[in-house]
Design a protein around this ligand. Structure first.
Ligand code: HEM
Ligand SMILES: [Ca+2]
Length: 304
């Protein structure tokens, strides 16, 4: 039921309003890019793409964003949605017409294009969700320790295929990770191997230097050691060299079932871009709310 130009009658300029805000924010800080993309992913995998992740905890309700798996969502993603919503609502005809869930989908499309990724037409027409609880996040988001079976089953539960999962993983072409998310791979990995043998040895040494034992938990490292500020298929070239940061990244190359697509997309950025657009469009359709299951929030971080 989603469609392009959903707001053609109610707020025809919405896409350019959002794009202007996102572009401005991008000029202030690059973190806008990874923060917004990851926020969209974490929104869609919990109760569908309904901006439930944007809700603030209040009184008795502990919201999704305060679940441990969401505590590392960077503030610039939330800020982007809230600023874009304010800009949309400042246009008289558009006031209270555009959902926060759609604003997040548009902002995600825009940051991907701004950082060198593919441009695509975004489907719109989502309503904002009516609930957000930390408990509902349990078991819904992939962990960096996941193997291919675990990744496939969690993505399949959201209607996404193995190729979709591989393409979407390339979002780790931009952004940061805290050391704790991969320290098991560089220290005391197993009885036989102190370091994960699927890690490139030189890269493992670099990671140990950036993340010494007992490192400040606030320290974060680029997930793509080569082109951390460009959304590109270098992610797959890194995997071919043992430079996937998480087990869940590197397994895409070490598991024979996913390796052929990693190789294909390392070779062809065109093929990767097409697959990514297909996959993120499907991601944007997950659990979409319509009718009485949702509404248009006045404030993106608070229920009406
Ligand atoms: C395939 C399974 C996935 C796993 C296990 C995973 C896990 C993680 C982890 C552990 C981090 C680091 C968080 C931190 O320490 O700050 C991260 C960051 C990130 N993830 Fe994923 N992720 C997955 C898929 C995705 C997908 C599908 C997307 C989007 C389409 C995505 C987008 C991002 C981005 C952009 C960042 C960087 C955030 C920032 O710099 O603020 N991830 N992911
Ligand atoms: Ca959601």
């Amino acid at each position: 039921q989603l469609r392009r130009n959903y707001y053609a009658k109610t707020c025809p300029s919405v896409e350019s309003i959002v794009r202007n805000v996102v572009t401005q924010k991008f000029r202030q800080t690059f973190v806008t890019v990874p923060a917004t993309i990851r926020l969209f992913f974490h929104d869609c995998f919990v109760q569908g793409c309904d901006a439930s992740v944007v809700i603030q905890s209040s009184g008795s309700n502990k919201a999704e964003k305060d679940h441990p798996d969401n505590l590392s969502l960077a503030g610039d993603g939330f800020d982007t949605v809230i600023k874009a919503k304010q800009a949309v609502d400042a246009v008289p005809g558009c006031r209270n017409k555009v959902s926060c869930a759609d604003i997040l989908a548009m902002a995600t499309r825009d940051v991907i294009a701004l950082s060198g990724g593919p441009s695509y037409a975004v489907e719109l027409g989502r309503l904002d969700g009516l609930s957000s609880t930390a408990a509902s996040v349990n078991g819904k988001l992939p962990q960096p320790s996941f193997d291919l079976n675990q990744l496939n089953s969690m993505f399949a539960a959201n209607g996404l295929s193995q190729p979709d999962m591989i393409a979407l993983s390339a979002a780790h072409s931009v952004g940061f990770s805290h050391c704790s998310k991969f320290s098991n791979r560089i220290y005391n990995f197993s009885r036989q191997n102190p370091v994960d043998p699927t890690l490139n040895p030189a890269y493992a040494t670099q990671l140990q230097q950036m993340c010494p034992r007992n490192v400040d938990p606030l320290i974060a490292v680029n997930m793509d050691p080569n082109t951390p500020k460009t959304f590109d298929n270098v992610y797959f070239k890194n995997l071919q060299q043992g430079k996937g940061l998480f087990t869940s990244d590197q397994v895409l190359f070490t598991d024979q079932r996913s390796k052929p697509l990693v190789n294909a997309w390392a070779t062809s950025s065109n093929a990767f871009n097409n697959a990514f657009v297909t996959a993120i469009t499907k991601l944007g359709r997950v659990g979409v709310k319509t009718g009485r299951d949702g509404n248009i929030r006045i404030r993106c971080d608070t229920f009406n």
